[in-house]
Design a binder for this molecule. Structure first.
Ligand SMILES: Cc1ncc(COP(=O)(O)O)c(C=O)c1O
Length: 483
């Protein structure tokens, strides 16, 4: 038996063409798949062999298994009626960017290991910064996810407050560091709490600030919490304001929060992982970016709403040098002659190896253009607001939050006299029934104790007609459940 070596150019060309056809076909029939797979947990694992094959298999054989095993176990994020979480779609230029990036296999640890990946990241992020209307006081970096971007924000805040101390001596047992606090709203994303766990601040290092009836952080409550903590000897480290919270897409009042943070030298990080993309729409820009100029750092995820295949998150910081101080550690084998003249991305974060993510961002921005991206994002906002009007005008449903972006949080309200728990259970069942149709995928949250169904319009292939069909499915399932 002859073992497989790598494919030669002709074989590669043949299979790559086949793959392109496969992907094109997948997209042309994306509507025909159930959005959620109709399988039980363990379905795929039980169909895969216990051990890796001893001998290589033919690529043709492997391809048939994608159809038989992989596709049936997919949740189709690209489906036009995937309206759950923050839907994210792979655009064709994004996919091709990933394809080429894997082929070129760049590892931008330092400039020398990939001048192209380093400089394309620098330049494309300057474009992206300008597209969002972020000032050039901020230096942008690509990380994989918003969770990781925000972790680097809090690490920068820590380094700024105690230069070198935590970096060198750690947090435990050095006796020099008071208890530190990070303030977030009660609607902030769990990734901030995970950062606190990671950075040794602990979950008790997080204080959740109450929100108003629009789910926005109340600045007065923030100020009060900071004063209370200071009285107890707890040191405020950072505030994280969210622009587009996960549950309701509420927008914390960044300007007012910044006015509290600035005089107290508290690091202000803006989590605009989802909402930030709306800044590309002229009419939305002012609402989205209000106060950003006074922040210390911001995160926006092109992989949430700008058709970039996961993963790609952009972190903007006013203090790249603080970030570098927190993380740079250069062993002999990574020193290069160009170090003083170039950006070595390994200096600005935890990871050494870095994928060529900027390629898919560059290709996507170039292909759609600023106007093309703004038009699609603006259309999502319009369609979501149309859905919002349906909810507002209907008898059986009520809206649970404002709609500043492209997410509508709502619930069925068959009988106002029922207890909160009964209404919650009705909505839980309703969503379960909707999702089990396979035609539509919605997600849920709780807003001030109320079970809320979220409908998200942020998929590249999601059109007005899909929203109309979704509304029909929701109504059908509602009527069935009432009976
Ligand atoms: C507001 C917000 N921040 C952060 C995140 C985390 O994003 P990622 O998956 O990129 O870490 C999310 C995810 O939905 C989010 O909604």
């Amino acid at each position: 038996m002859k073992h497989n070596r790598d494919m030669n150019s002709e074989e590669f060309r043949k299979h790559a063409y086949k793959f392109s056809d496969y992907i094109a076909d997948y997209f042309s029939k994306i509507d025909s798949f159930p959005v959620l797979p109709e399988i039980e947990p363990g379905w795929l694992k039980n169909r895969l062999p216990e051990s890796a094959p001893e001998e290589g298999e033919s690529f043709e054989e492997i391809l048939t298994q994608i159809d038989d095993l992989i596709i049936p176990a997919l949740t189709h994020w690209n489906h036009p009626k995937f309206m759950a979480y923050f839907n994210s779609t792979s655009s064709a230029p994004g996919i091709l960017g990933e394809f080429l990036s894997a082929a070129l296999n760049q590892n931008a640890m330092v400039w020398k290991t990939s001048p192209a990946a380093t400089e394309l990241e620098e330049k494309t992020l300057e474009w992206y910064r300008e597209m969002l209307g972020v000032t050039n006081e901020f230096t942008p970096f690509i990380y994989d996810t918003a969770s990781v971007s925000s972790m680097h924000a809090l690490a920068s805040a820590r380094e700024k407050k105690f230069p070198g101390v935590i970096r060198n001596e750690g947090l435990s047992g050095n006796g020099k560091i008071p208890k530190l606090r990070v303030y977030i709203s009660e609607e902030a994303h769990s990734s901030i709490e995970k950062s606190a766990i990671t950075l040794g601040l602990g979950l008790n290092g997080i204080r959740k600030i109450p929100t108003n009836e629009r789910f926005e952080m109340i600045p007065y409550e923030l100020e009060k919490a900071i004063a209370e903590d200071k009285m107890k000897g707890i040191e405020p480290l950072a505030v994280v304001a969210t622009v587009g919270t996960t549950s309701s897409t509420s927008i914390d009042p960044v300007k007012e929060i910044a006015a509290i943070c600035k005089p107290k030298n508290i690091w202000l990080h803006v989590d605009a992982a989802y909402g930030g993309t709306a800044a590309v729409v002229d009419e939305k820009n002012a609402v989205v970016t209000s106060g950003w100029e006074d922040a210390d750092s911001i995160v926006v995820n092109p992989h949430k709403w700008m058709f970039i295949p996961v993963d790609l998150s952009v972190f903007f910081t006013k203090e790249p040098e603080t970030l570098k101080r927190a993380f740079s550690l250069v062993p002999e084998y990574l020193k290069t002659a160009e170090d003083s003249k170039v950006t070595n991305y390994m200096d600005y974060g935890l990871q050494l190896g870095r994928r060529f993510r900027s390629l898919k961002l560059w290709l996507t921005i170039k292909y759609f253009g600023k106007k093309g991206i703004a038009e699609i994002v603006g259309e999502h906002i319009r369609i979501a607001n149309q859905f919002k009007d349906f909810i507002d005008k209907s008898d059986g449903f009520e809206r649970l939050a404002p709609v500043p972006f492209s997410v509508v949080s709502f619930r069925a309200l068959p009988n106002e006299k029922e207890s909160g728990e009964v209404i919650n259970r009705f909505n839980e069942k309703l969503m379960e029934n909707i999702n089990s149709t396979g035609k539509l995928f919605l997600s849920h949250t709780k807003l001030k104790g109320k079970y809320a169904i979220r409908l998200v319009i942020s998929g590249l292939h999601t059109k007005e007609k899909d929203m109309l069909e979704a509304w029909e499915i929701i109504n059908d399932e509602y009527q069935k459940l009432l009976k």
